[in-house]
Design a protein around this ligand. Structure first.
Ligand SMILES: [Zn+2]
Length: 509
């Protein structure tokens, strides 16, 4: 304990000597959602950088602002500016560092380098290496040490190993994404020689399998198998990090989770900038060493936070440019096209794949469910709606495949009774215990050797999640035509009058 005199002395003459508490504000998976938006069934609006900026202005302690990646991909403003709108806004809010997410590679490595050159903060990625030379990717920093409130805080950034296939694989084929936990252990050795007062790890991976929901998991008991991947092994490999702030899973943890194996606090900040995690790093008054950490997920309700008008104006500048294009009416839908909750076929997936099939003239169409990013509400359909459904620059690939290949492809894309692919032109019936699956076309089962033409996207055919069988196709042609353009053309030509035929993915048990 300090004496009152020394405390007064240090505060009044050498302040800020010891902070007591340093706040860490953490965002992740913003995906280009810069502005506040309406909430279903409520008159309130939530989220955005103007609300976050306003909240930060009320913080009394010294603070750091950090992000765990996937900054821009997902909105017209994010995509049209190829991420630059994110960088401008993050500069303005005063971010200290951001961790590289898989989607930050969506416009290629050169575009990412342009973004980094414009960023007033470093982009981190300790485990990203060039395959040929084995050298660390020099445009990313492994870690930084910043001083806040008299405390030296190290920030280590870990990319997801999944990045190899969770952006367009050809964008990162020359890169090696090292094992998250092993790389954490490696870099922590170096970091600890520099004797920081606390270590914060940013990771573009989540906790366990991830829920995509906001939950209080503070008392949750993860099983050994759930603790075997994601941020828990990172926390354990770090041996002494104060906090690990994850991402990618789009989950939000209301009070954080303290891993029993490492006593490290793990936080997750949801996605779309509706929420921010506030971590309080508490330091010992006398030694200045890290003592404890707590976390809280704060929803950015605009009626509570207010909005920083300077930030609102900045966002408007970006929006004005794209609004003209995005607000253009293309067509109409008489029905809501939503996602499925049971992991089978969905109205939006059925429309999406039907449109792909109609526009490409193939027998069947396949699209990864996870790549359909938004629902489509009934009414006038504008360019903006199509962008939100399909923000990616994926292109149409036409293939010739056998019945056997199609069957194996669909089987390999089933997981726990859920289908990873949405389909058009076929009906899939399956049982999970034991696993059995049939693929039918026009009411009869596909013959193993019959040939069909298939429309899909280049993300899947170039090695994206679960698409290895595509490599066996007899013919494969990347048309270089963006999938989004097919959807735009289809909705312009053909209004949606009713729900597309359901029951394409049928679970029998
Ligand atoms: Zn991600």
């Amino acid at each position: 304990m300090k004496t009152l005199l020394s405390l007064l002395f240090s505060v009044s003459f050498f302040s800020p000597a010891v902070a007591g508490t340093v706040a860490v504000y953490h965002t992740s998976d913003v995906h280009g959602w810069y502005s506040a938006r309406a909430v279903k069934g409520s008159t309130r609006t939530i989220g955005g950088f103007a609300a976050l900026s306003s909240l930060l202005k009320t913080e009394k302690n010294p603070y750091l602002l950090l992000d765990s990646g996937d900054m821009f991909q997902g909105t017209p403003e994010g995509n049209y500016t190829r991420g630059m709108a994110s960088i401008v806004l993050m500069n303005k809010l005063g971010y200290s560092a951001a961790d590289v997410g898989n989607h930050d590679y969506d416009y290629g490595e050169d575009n990412l380098k342009v973004l980094i050159a414009s960023a007033a903060f470093p982009m981190l990625g300790a485990n990203v290496y060039y395959k040929d030379s084995g050298k660390h990717a020099d445009y990313l920093k492994p870690y930084i040490i910043v001083e806040k409130g008299g405390e030296r805080i190290a920030i280590l950034g870990i990319a997801g190993k999944h990045t190899a296939t969770s952006t367009l694989p050809s964008n990162v084929k020359h890169l090696n994404f090292g094992d998250e936990a092993a790389e954490t252990a490696k870099w922590m050795k170096e970091i600890l020689t520099k004797r920081p007062d606390a270590v914060v790890i940013l990771a573009h991976i989540g906790l366990g399998s991830g829920s995509g929901q906001k939950l209080d998991i503070s008392t949750f008991a993860f099983s050994d198998s759930e603790a075997a991947y994601g941020t828990i092994p990172v926390a354990r490999a770090a041996r002494g990090a104060a906090v690990v702030l994850g991402g990618h899973n789009h989950a939000g943890s209301l009070k954080g989770y303290t891993d029993k194996g490492s006593n490290t606090l793990i936080g997750e900040s949801f996605w779309g900038l509706t929420d921010v995690t506030k971590v309080s790093l508490n330091f010992d008054d006398s030694t200045g060493k890290f003592k404890s950490a707590t976390a809280e997920l704060i929803p950015l309700w605009v009626d509570k936070t207010g909005e920083d008008q300077e930030i609102t104006a900045l966002i408007k500048d970006f929006s004005r440019e794209v609004d003209v294009i995005m607000d253009k009416p293309l067509g109409e839908s008489a029905v809501d096209l939503g996602h499925s909750k049971d992991g089978l076929d969905s109205p939006i997936g059925n429309w999406f794949t039907d449109a792909m099939r109609r526009q490409s003239g193939t027998d069947i169409a396949l699209q990864n469910s996870a790549g359909i990013r938004s629902d489509m509400k009934k009414g006038v359909i504008r360019m903006r709606d199509i962008y939100q459904v399909m923000p990616f620059e994926n292109t149409l690939v036409k293939l010739t495949m056998t019945g056997d290949q199609i069957k194996r492809l669909i089987s390999e894309n089933m997981s726990g009774g859920r289908a990873k692919l949405q389909v058009s032109g076929i009906t899939v019936r399956f049982k999970t215990e034991p696993f059995e699956l049939t693929v039918e076309k026009d009411g009869r089962e596909l013959k193993p050797d019959e040939k069909l033409t298939v429309a899909t996207n280049n993300y899947l055919t170039t090695g994206g999640t679960g698409g290895k069988v595509f490599g066996e196709a007899e013919k494969s042609e990347d048309t270089m035509q963006p999938i989004r353009d097919l959807l735009v053309k289809d909705i312009s030509e053909r209004p949606v009058k009713e729900l597309p035929v359901p029951g394409r993915l049928v679970r029998l048990d």
